[in-house]
Design a protein around this ligand. Structure first.
Ligand SMILES: NS(=O)(=O)c1ccc(-n2ccn(-c3ccc(F)cc3F)c2=O)cc1
Ligand SMILES: [Zn+2]
Length: 260
């Protein structure tokens, strides 16, 4: 079963022993029947300006598409959020094959990859670095990827990846419309209180997981796997795959849904 497969995985970093709080860690399995429909959840409002897109950076965990978040040009509000959040980066998690790679699961269903659009609470904090330490500081939209037809909006990003093959490489990347990576239906989602899924693992994230996945082609996903965890100087090159964290205990949290 998928649970057996996950236990085989060799997470790319050693999980720290002491985790900040440890009561609301991510990722988790989303049990559809245990989630609670919340009619008070408002529609999500994403306003992403392609002109704020700046660069792609291979940080040795994933590749980040980074945005200028010094103004309110690319924002997220509504849904479970009280405040307005600014888009600062998006990145992905994926596997060594198409059977696994996403961080969250839905009734233990494994997707081959997961997109994270990372936002911070600009109504309450003045810098991302501050927000990342606060329990209402961040909002991350998670979108599952499934293998199917080619995703036209993703191709511009896929074509740029060979330029950031090695850890610490950066390439200019502008005029990219992040909303092109969202599924048609952005009103059906699950939301819960969680954490960053890589160090510093801070419990600052309101997670918003889209119910509808996006489709990408096998070949597009294969280009993700051509990236490397290692920098150009290292003599042993390691392919960037399985960059997902193992699932964490729910610890009594409730996952709410925006749909019945
Ligand atoms: N996978 S995820 O939960 O979306 C996720 C996981 C880790 C991060 N992350 C890691 C380090 N940072 C970070 C970057 C700049 C900074 F000033 C402080 C940070 F914590 C960060 O935001 C950001 C997002
Ligand atoms: Zn992530």
């Amino acid at each position: 079963s998928s649970r057996y497969v996950l236990s085989q995985m060799h997470p790319m970093w050693q999980e720290p022993l002491a985790i900040p709080g440890g009561e609301r860690q991510s990722p988790i399995d989303i049990s559809v029947r245990k989630s609670m429909f919340d009619p008070q959840l408002k529609p999500l409002v994403m306003k992403y300006d392609p002109r704020t897109c700046q660069q792609i950076w291979n940080n040795g965990y994933s590749f980040l598409v980074e945005y200028d978040d010094t103004t309110d040009k690319s924002t997220l509000q509504g849904g479970p959020l009280e405040d307005q959040f600014r888009l600062c980066q998006f990145h992905f998690h994926w596997g060594e094959n198409n059977k696994w790679g996403a961080e969250h699961t839905v009734d233990h269903l494994l997707y081959p990859a997961e997109l994270h659009l990372v936002h911070w609470n600009a109504d309450r904090y003045s810098l991302f670095e501050e927000a990342v330490m606060e329990d209402n500081g961040l909002a991350v939209i998670g979108v599952f990827l499934k293998v199917g037809k080619r995703h036209e909006g993703l191709q511009k990003l896929v074509d740029a990846l060979p330029a950031v093959r090695h850890k610490d490489s950066v390439v200019e990347f502008t005029r990219f419309d992040a909303s092109g990576l969202l599924p048609e239906n952005t009103q059906d989602y699950w939301t819960y209180a969680g954490s960053l899924t890589t160090p510093p693992l801070t419990e600052a994230v309101t997670w918003i997981i889209m119910k509808q996945p996006i489709e990408v082609s096998h070949d597009q996903l294969a280009v993700f796997r051509s990236l490397l965890f290692t920098s150009a100087e290292e003599d042993v090159q390691k392919s960037m795959v399985n960059n997902f964290r193992v699932q964490q205990p729910l610890k009594g949290r409730t996952v709410r849904s925006s749909f019945v």
